[in-house]
Design a protein around this ligand. Structure first.
Ligand code: AMP
Ligand code: MG
Length: 492
């Protein structure tokens, strides 16, 4: 059933606003000065049954630039705390985002309408409650790119720009991003009540999350332990996908960890260009706590924070058991993705070494991660090794030839067929990812020239990143020299 609703007839069902006052603060968005539409995403509109033509109405930017409330909206800023860079911060909360309300679509799915950059809230602390255009473009494009890659993520409906001055390292302009997710509850939403010794609130929040998102657990005696276990599984799977595709989140604080295992809060993220496991995408993360290869361990650290917060309702033994599922699920999932990336169908004991050795070659020769795996799909069992196009990726020809010989043997051992394997591999090795430099081009055109066309073009390319799209070939290229050094920090 597909409906096309107007802005005024969206079907709100505001479950979070019905929770006790302790869980949020009632707030109103602060309008942006002279708002205008920067980009609109019809794919996300379909999730809430919104007619895409609605984006053409002048009211659209008023509603999503904080200037006017949608009928049925009951805006709140959600309360949470969290571990930031390993340290507990007792109160964070939506300091610059507002949950406008929740829409239930025709198929019964519920979507939070979360307006980022909507102005001051009681949780803004000393900050301005705003987001700058640059950071909304990054989040908008990356969340849709992740969805295109098949990775669980929040979604993005639109960006509204403005002439509102916002001060960061330099003077920028404010913007809002309308983010969609079935829930914005974070690990930190539980932590805040645990550390305040408000145990009943912990239980209430767990009941709420189960009722809304894990209803199959509702009648189980050990439902809280099973909730923890399912969150651990989802988190493990999500991070395994990040690692396989070469995505670094950049700020994996426990307040940025979704209770639904969604990629949440895009800040200084980055995709690997050259393969480098110790890649640090966040310029503010000098010690590399959130470096690419630390992400699986940080996922575990954050789950321990969640388990700690749930301690009043989950006894130690089942909590430990739930945490233990994390490592095994991660490893299973990661290696299964990596095996698919090299195109082997069966699982054999030598596979992990074969894959690890390829990564070692990539690291040594600064090879582009995405391009190399995509090109690996072209490997031909029948071809002459000397003519293998993949060889050109490596300086260490002998090293590559030795690896390719083992790879050939491995493929032959399972009777692999070139064309069929290539088809399978192209469905897991993306041709297009949101490289930093691509986002940067779109940002510069938008901020300097008010030309937003590159944002839309990138969104189009990235919604189907596994397809060849020959006319878009240039978006598959590794970064030019200037694009290797784009600096991204927490400032957004
Ligand atoms: P983030 O780094 O975006 O995950 O944000 C961490 C915390 O800082 C959250 O509580 C945010 O709401 C808050 N925050 C970040 N930027 C701002 C801002 N410009 N104004 C108010 N609060 C902010
Ligand atoms: Mg955050």
């Amino acid at each position: 059933m597909r409906m096309n609703r107007t802005l005024e007839t969206l079907a709100f069902d505001n479950t979070h606003a019905r929770l006790p006052e302790a869980f949020h603060a009632r707030v109103q968005p602060t309008p942006l000065t002279n708002p205008f539409l920067v980009s609109f995403n019809p794919d996300a509109a379909a999730l809430i049954d919104l007619d895409p033509d609605e984006a053409k109405r002048p009211e659209f930017v008023e509603y999503f630039g904080g200037g006017r409330l949608l009928p049925g909206s009951e805006p709140v800023a959600m309360l949470y705390a969290g571990h930031q860079f390993g340290h507990y911060v007792p109160q964070l909360g939506d300091g610059r985002a507002i949950l406008l309300g929740e829409v239930r679509n025709g198929t019964g799915e519920k979507w939070d309408l979360h307006l980022k950059g909507a102005g001051f809230t009681p949780f803004s602390r000393d900050d301005d409650g705003r987001a700058v255009l640059r950071s909304t473009i990054r989040e908008y494009l990356c969340s849709e790119a992740m969805h295109g890659l098949g990775i669980p993520t929040t979604r993005a409906l639109c960006i509204v720009g403005s002439e509102e001055p916002v001060y960061r390292e330099t003077l920028e302009t404010g913007a809002t991003l309308l983010r969609l997710a079935p829930s914005h509850v974070r690990f930190g939403s539980f932590e805040v009540f645990y550390y305040r010794r408000q145990i009943e609130r912990v239980r209430q929040l767990a009941d709420y999350v189960i009722e809304q998102h894990y209803p199959h657990l509702a009648a189980e005696a050990d439902r809280y332990a099973r909730l923890l276990s399912e969150v651990a599984t989802r988190t493990a799977r999500m991070i395994a996908q990040w690692q396989a595709v070469g995505f670094a989140h950049g700020v994996m604080n426990s307040d940025n960890m979704s209770i639904l295992g969604l990629t949440l809060d895009y800040g200084p993220f980055g995709f690997l260009d050259e393969y480098n496991p110790s890649f640090i995408c966040n310029h503010s993360d000098g010690r590399g706590r959130y470096a690419f290869h630390h992400q699986p361990d940080i996922g575990y650290f954050n789950l321990r924070c969640l388990a700690q917060a749930l301690e009043p309702v989950v006894p130690e033994e089942p909590a430990q058991a739930a945490l233990e599922t994390y490592e095994a699920t991660f490893a299973d999932c990661y290696w299964s993705h990596m095996r698919r990336k090299v195109g082997v169908s069966e699982s054999r004991s030598e596979d992990q070494t074969l894959i690890a050795d390829l990564l070692t070659l990539l690291l040594a020769d600064h090879v582009d991660y995405t391009s190399c795996f995509r090109a690996l799909g072209e490997f031909r069992l029948t071809a002459d090794q000397e003519k293998e196009p993949l060889r050109d990726f490596f300086l260490d020809r002998a090293g590559f030839d030795a690896w390719a010989g083992r790879y050939r043997g491995r493929l032959e051992a399972e009777g692999s067929r070139d064309d069929e394997r290539k088809m399978r591999m192209n469905r897991v090795n993306p041709k297009y990812v949101l490289r930093n430099y691509l986002a940067q081009v779109a940002i510069e055109r938008a901020t300097r020239e008010r030309d937003f066309s590159e944002i839309d073009r990138l969104r189009e390319v990235l919604r189907d990143p596994y397809a060849e799209q020959p006319e878009m070939e240039r978006y598959a290229a590794p970064p030019p020299d200037w694009g290797k050094t784009v600096i991204v920090s927490c400032s957004s």
